[in-house]
Design a protein around this ligand. Structure first.
Ligand SMILES: *Cc1c(COP(=O)(O)O)cnc(C)c1O
Length: 361
């Protein structure tokens, strides 16, 4: 489509064109109902089919066993920062956290506000969060080990998830959910805001192991209890129907058009290899994350100075390469190359980067 750009936005981010077209086509009259998905009851069979299909596809993609529940919640991943300790960290116990960047720090802050005991067992703050810590020991009695699988702002990602040694893992996968396959069995809970890799803003996916549902004390408000939403299949109150429907179409796209998570991962590695390969071949651009901690999703880099960075982002925008500005807290440049962005987008970026370096180097 000639008037669409290559969208490197960090979130809300690019969605597959095929999905957007499907939404457009079905929007006015959803499945012959004479209404749009935003006008039908969340308790109608039509919507329940959408919801249940999304759940089935999620479970199939991640090869989840039957003791995991998929929930569709609101309040963003940011609300999970407090829902997790409220529900999973009973009085008298403690949880371990690993601090790998701004989002991890925010998760720790919420646990502290709740006056929960949380131990930060490792941090990469000493080097501007440019790496994933390798040495730490998990308290065997911890209620869970919380980590951020992909650090959207700093451009780092866990290549291999930490070993909890039997302590349930809890992970914020907002910016890399479904970018690769992984073994979910050591996890007690996984959460992800949809607007990076799964769909539009407005819905947060929570994958929770059934035994975790029992942990919340009686004083957790109804809407903030995972068990409320698990018992009612995310229909305790009105869910964000439109957002869930778009997530369902994205899952269908991964399964039917891409060919599943292994194929998705191959595609993502090819994209990341192309971009990091180029970054490593020049002195003009400087990737900021340590090699073994690099993210497949958010590629962060600097130019020789801030004026050139501004010029780079502006000129890229003019040729249809959008969203390359780094997060305001860290500066620099960032190319978010989520699932929906194809290899052609990365190739166009690399071509532009070469030309820009030649002219300005
Ligand atoms: C974007 C992001 C969040 C915040 O998500 P909201 O849905 O805006 O609350 C949390 N964690 C990570 C890793 C993110 O990338």
């Amino acid at each position: 489509m000639a008037d669409r750009i290559f969208n490197f936005n960090p979130g809300p981010a690019a969605l597959p064109l095929q999905v957007l077209k499907e939404v457009q086509q079905e929007f006015i009259n959803f499945k012959g109902s004479g209404m749009s998905i935003s006008e039908i009851s969340h308790r109608s069979a039509l919507f329940e089919d959408v919801l249940n299909d999304a759940i089935v596809r999620f479970k199939r993609l991640l090869k989840l066993s039957d003791n995991f529940k998929i929930l569709f919640l609101q309040g963003g991943a940011s609300s999970q920062f407090f829902m997790v300790p409220m529900n999973l960290l009973p009085e008298g116990s403690s949880a371990d956290y690993i601090n790998t960047g701004s989002w991890a720090k925010k998760a720790i802050k919420e646990a502290e506000i709740l006056k929960k005991t949380c131990n930060v067992i490792a941090s990469s703050e000493d080097k501007n969060y440019s790496y994933i810590p390798k040495k730490f020991s998990v308290n065997p009695s911890a209620a869970y080990l919380h980590f951020t699988s992909n650090n959207t702002i700093e451009g780092t990602q866990w290549a291999q998830f930490p070993d909890g040694g039997g302590v349930p893992l809890v992970s914020d996968m907002s910016s890399d959910m479904l970018c690769r396959s992984f073994d979910a069995s050591p996890f007690g809970l996984i959460y992800a805001g949809a607007q990076k890799n799964l769909g539009p803003a407005g819905v947060t996916v929570v994958i929770i192991r059934e035994d975790m549902l029992e942990r919340a004390s009686k004083d957790v408000p109804t809407m903030l209890r995972y068990s409320t939403h698990a018992d009612k299949n995310s229909l305790y109150n009105t869910p964000p129907c439109l957002a869930i429907y778009i997530v369902q179409l994205v899952l269908k796209w991964i399964e039917e058009s891409i060919g599943g998570l292994d194929a998705m991962e191959r595609r993502n590695r090819e994209k990341a290899d192309l971009l990091y390969g180029y970054l490593d071949s020049t002195d003009f651009y400087r990737p900021t994350a340590e090699k073994d901690s690099r993210s497949l999703m958010n590629v962060t880099f600097r130019l020789p100075d801030e004026d050139l960075e501004k010029k780079f982002v502006a000129e890229a925008g003019k040729v249809g390469l959008g969203g390359l500005k780094g997060h305001r807290s860290v500066g620099g440049c960032r190319a978010s190359i989520y699932n929906a962005l194809g290899l052609d987008g990365v190739q166009s970026l690399v071509d532009f980067m070469k030309t820009f370096a030649q002219k300005n180097g």
